[in-house]
Design a protein around this ligand. Structure first.
Ligand code: G4P
Length: 528
């Protein structure tokens, strides 16, 4: 197969949702269609179960699972599909944000009863910032939920998305009878026992077919005809180009658990979802079709075995082909590296591969060379952008408990920060180290891993900080900037790249500071 056909047949995407909306179940059903797994229940949920905060073994087990399910690749109708897994747990939101830099599109799962939830809003905001095309799957139609039109309104308003349904439910919950497929203009009826088998649906190709009255009854078929007319009247006609530009978002309805509406979603997805897209670097826009290889690290996963401290760096291939045992330039370190056993991912296993194409993810064994955001190329100096750090929600001082192990502690902290477990800030005033995280869970993970992987012990001290704001002065030499630095000295720190950060102790103090120093910009993420 030619290089360009290989690119055209790839679809790399992520499924995002608020926990419990059905992301794992949907992923599993997609894998069933692809023949990548044989039975339901094979994909383990990679979510940290509620209440697991102090169960370290559970955290470790979950880490193991998330390596296995980080990338789930399978073939469906000649299309190579790469699903990038995103942790649903809010304490790992940063991980999800970074994974979103490596996808070409996303599917957002929404629970029909709960509607648009908080985590979904946050994740979609990030997708919109990056212009990622979005498909919405409204799940759990076998249960009572909100009215379909109300949900479409909610998606438009809360997520700020322009939507157009490509399938529409016939009834809901107890009365759920099936789905009208506006993409293929046919009807699939819900038989209620399609949980195990797939393709167990009856097809009627025309909405005016009189068999509809026989099956649904006169009243339900009239409602359906009216609703579809309304859908066609209210919502814009689907247009693939506008969807791929992330300006129109198709909506599907179904029940992942009952395997209903999933095939419609998948069949349409492979038709409309974008193939690998060009990516911006600091230097230029890079196209997948270019013959020279380039890629970037979006995730680093520590090995489960503490005796071998190697890690797996996940690289998204942006352009050209990645080949085994070929020297590539590690741009930040300005040196060539060769990889003898790069991993490719197939459903739940990983295998050593010789060649990979744009859109694919390769896992590279790493002994500490990589940081998240690093670029690999065939020689050109390229730096891929778009992996910002966001302001953490929690801040604590980290202290060394065992003075004999200070080297181990700083090495451990450095490496865990490279992996993106949390963010490190060093106070300007006294050099004290502050760890910022999205959730409280990370502190326990860090403490546990420092002890078990690096032999170092740490303790934490609370620090009352509201947000970290990256500082951008209009003029580095201005009187105003100097005054800001003098007055706010206690609250200034450097992030891991040496960028200046203002650690505001309250929302009010951040607002006051912004007002007092109008020539300085304060950003809640590191890329501005
Ligand atoms: P997540 O990855 O987004 O967190 O959600 P997950 O797929 O784990 O699904 C959350 C719960 O919702 C699961 O139930 C799952 O069985 C259920 N679910 C998913 N899709 C549907 C659906 O279409 N209809 C209905 N009625 N339920 C659905 P659980 O009891 O939390 O877990 P489990 O014991 O079933 O695994």
């Amino acid at each position: 197969m030619s290089f360009s056909s290989e690119i055209q047949r790839r679809r790399t995407f992520g499924i995002v949702s608020h926990p419990d909306a059905g992301k794992t179940t949907l992923t599993e059903k997609l894998l069933l269609f692809g023949g990548a797994i044989q039975e339901a229940g094979a994909v383990k949920s990679n979510k940290i179960k509620k209440g697991a905060t102090s169960d370290f073994m559970e955290i470790e087990r979950q880490r193991g699972i998330s390596v296995a399910t980080s990338v789930l690749a399978f073939e469906y109708n000649g299309i190579k599909i790469n699903i990038l897994d995103t942790p649903g747990h809010k304490d790992f939101a940063e991980d999800t944000f970074r994974t979103l830099t490596a996808v070409d599109s996303v599917i957002v799962v929404v629970d029909v009863a709960k509607g648009v939830e908080e985590q979904t809003e946050k994740l979609v905001k990030v997708c919109r910032m990056r212009n990622i095309p979005i498909i919405i799957f409204i799940n759990k139609l076998d249960r009572e939920g909100k009215d379909a039109f109300d949900l479409l309104d909610e998606v438009e308003q809360k997520l700020g998305l322009k939507v157009t349904p490509l399938s529409f439910p016939i009834g809901m919950g107890y009365d759920f009878k099936g789905i009208y497929n506006l993409w293929e203009n046919n009807i699939n009826l819900f038989t209620g026992n399609s949980k195990k088998k797939i393709n167990d649906t009856l097809e009627i190709s025309d909405l005016n077919d009189s068999r509809l009255n026989t099956i649904l009854g006169d009243s339900a078929s009239k409602i359906l005809r009216d609703e579809i007319e309304l859908v066609r009247g209210i919502y814009p006609k689907f247009n693939k180009e506008i969807y791929q530009e992330a300006n129109l978002h198709p909506v599907f309805f179904g029940s992942a658990l009952n395997n209903f509406g999933v095939k419609e979603l998948l069949d349409c997805f492979i038709d409309i979802a974008p193939m690998p897209r060009p990516k911006a670097s600091e230097e230029r826009l890079v196209c997948p079709e270019e013959d020279k290889f380039s890629g970037f690290v979006f995730k680093i996963h520590a090995n489960m075995d503490p005796k071998h401290r190697d890690r797996l760096a996940f690289v998204k291939i942006v352009s050209g082909t990645f080949k085994r045992n070929t020297p590539y330039l590690h741009v930040r370190q300005n040196r060539k590296l060769k990889f003898s056993s790069p991993n490719a991912f197939f459903a739940e296993k990983k295998e050593i591969i010789d060649i990979s194409y744009p859109g694919d993810i390769v896992g590279l064994h790493d002994t500490g060379n990589f940081k998240i955001g690093d670029t690999l190329t065939e020689g050109e100096t390229l730096n891929y952008t778009g992996i910002p750090s966001f302001s953490p929600e929690h801040f604590r001082y980290i202290n060394n408990v065992d003075p004999m192990k200070s080297k181990q502690l700083s090495k451990g902290i450095d490496q865990l920060m490279d992996e993106g477990v949390a963010q490190l800030f060093t106070l300007d005033l006294n050099g004290r180290k502050v760890i910022g995280t999205v959730g409280a869970l990370q502190y326990e993970v860090i403490q546990y891993r420092l002890e078990h992987e690096y032999g170092a012990k740490c303790s934490y001290e609370n620090l009352n900080i509201h947000k970290a704001a990256w500082v951008e002065p209009e003029d580095m030499k201005s009187e105003e900037f100097n005054e800001f630095k003098r007055i706010k000295q206690r609250f200034l720190a450097k992030d891991k790249l040496g960028q200046l950060v203002f650690l505001a102790d309250s929302k009010f103090s951040l607002q006051m500071t912004e007002q007092k120093y109008p020539s300085i910009k304060f950003h809640l993420n590191s890329e501005f």
